[in-house]
Ligand binder design. Structure first.
Ligand SMILES: [Fe+2]
Length: 277
C-alpha cells in the first residue's frame, strides 16, 4: 500500500508565487532546485534576487498600507560614517572612519504593521525562515525578537536616500514594493571588506566616486533579495521624481533574542518600546 503525502497550501499562499518558488515544500525537486540556484547566485554575486516572489496583489496591498501609515512613520535625516560608529577624529577627514554620508528616510516599525498584512503573515511563517536558513546554509535561524525592527517598511520620499554603509548583521533579506521614476537605486560593492581586513583604501575610493566595482540590484516590485550586507558596502541613491521608493527589510539572527540596542532603536524609530495606542 502506498502512502500519499499531501503538502497543504499555507496561510501565505496568496502572498508568494508558490508555483515558481515552492518554499512550502523544500524537500520536493522544485524546492531543492530553488535552494541550489539561490546558493549559486549568492556565492557568485554576493546577492540573490527572486523576481516575482511576492504576488502582484500582495505588493499592491503593501503599497497601500505603507501610504496609509506614512503619517505615523519615524522621519530621520542624519549623517554617519559607513560603520555606524562614532567618528574617529584622529584620522584624516577623508578616511572612511571619519568620512560622513547622509541617510534620510521614513521608517514604519513592526508593531505598526497589522497582523493580517501580507508580508507580516509571510515573515511570521516558519516556511520562509526555513527557506532562508537553507539558502544561507545555517543549521538554525531565528526571526528577530525586536518588537520594532524585526520586520519594517521604509519609504524613501523624493530627496531621501540611504548613505553608504555596512550592515551589522551578516546578511539582509529585503522585499521591494514600489520603484521610483529616477534614482533610488540599490548599489553595492560585493566583498569590499572581509572579516579579517577592512580595506580602508578600497572603501575610500568608492566613497570618493570610483564606480568600477559597483553593482545595482534589481528593484522590480515583488522581488525578494538576499544580500551579504556585512561585507558588501551598499546604499540607496537619492530618490528623484514624485513617487516614493517603498521596501521592507526582514531581520533574522543565529540566536533567539536578537534586538537593536536603545541607541539604534531611537535612531531608526524614535523610541525603544512598542506603541501603547
Ligand atoms: Fe543595509
Amino acid at each position: 500500500m502506498s502512502t500519499t503525502i499531501t503538502v497543504s497550501r499555507p496561510d501565505y499562499a496568496g502572498v508568494v508565487d508558490l508555483d515558481r518558488y515552492p518554499i512550502h515544500d523544500l524537500e520536493s525537486n522544485g524546492g531543492m532546485m530553488l535552494i541550489d540556484s539561490c546558493r549559486k547566485e549568492l556565492a557568485k554575486d554576493g546577492c540573490c534576487t527572486l523576481q516575482g516572489f511576492i504576488k502582484p496583489d500582495a505588493v499592491k496591498i503593501m503599497v497601500e498600507l505603507a501610504c496609509q501609515l506614512e503619517s505615523k512613520a519615524w522621519v530621520s535625516d542624519r549623517s554617519h560614517n559607513v560603520y555606524f560608529e562614532p567618528l574617529d577624529t584622529t584620522v584624516e577627514p577623508d578616511h572612511p572612519l571619519a568620512f560622513q554620508v547622509r541617510s534620510a528616510k521614513h521608517g514604519i516599525a513592526y508593531d505598526q504593521i497589522p497582523e493580517g498584512a501580507p508580508l507580516r503573515r509571510l515573515y511570521e511563517s516558519d516556511d520562509l525562515t526555513n527557506f532562508i536558513a537553507a539558502v544561507l546554509e545555517k543549521p538554525v535561524l531565528y526571526r528577530s525578537a525586536d518588537p520594532l525592527d524585526a520586520l519594517q517598511i521604509t519609504l524613501f520620499k523624493p530627496g531621501e536616500e540611504l548613505g553608504w554603509h555596512y550592515d551589522r548583521s551578516e546578511f539582509s533579506v529585503t522585499v521591494m514594493y514600489q520603484k521610483v521614476e529616477k534614482g533610488g537605486d540599490f548599489e553595492y560593492v560585493p566583498a569590499l571588506r572581509s572579516k579579517q581586513d577592512e580595506r580602508y583604501e578600497d572603501v575610500k575610493k568608492v566613497l570618493h566616486g570610483d564606480r568600477s566595482r559597483i553593482k545595482i540590484q534589481s528593484s522590480e516590485p515583488g522581488t525578494l533579495a538576499f544580500f551579504h550586507g556585512h561585507c558588501a558596502m551598499h546604499r540607496v541613491t537619492p530618490v528623484e521624481g514624485a513617487i516614493p521608493r517603498i521596501n521592507s527589510v526582514l531581520t533574522y539572527g543565529e540566536h533567539d533574542n536578537m534586538r537593536l540596542n536603545d541607541l539604534t532603536s531611537e535612531l531608526f524609530y524614535g523610541r525603544t518600546s512598542p506603541r501603547r495606542d
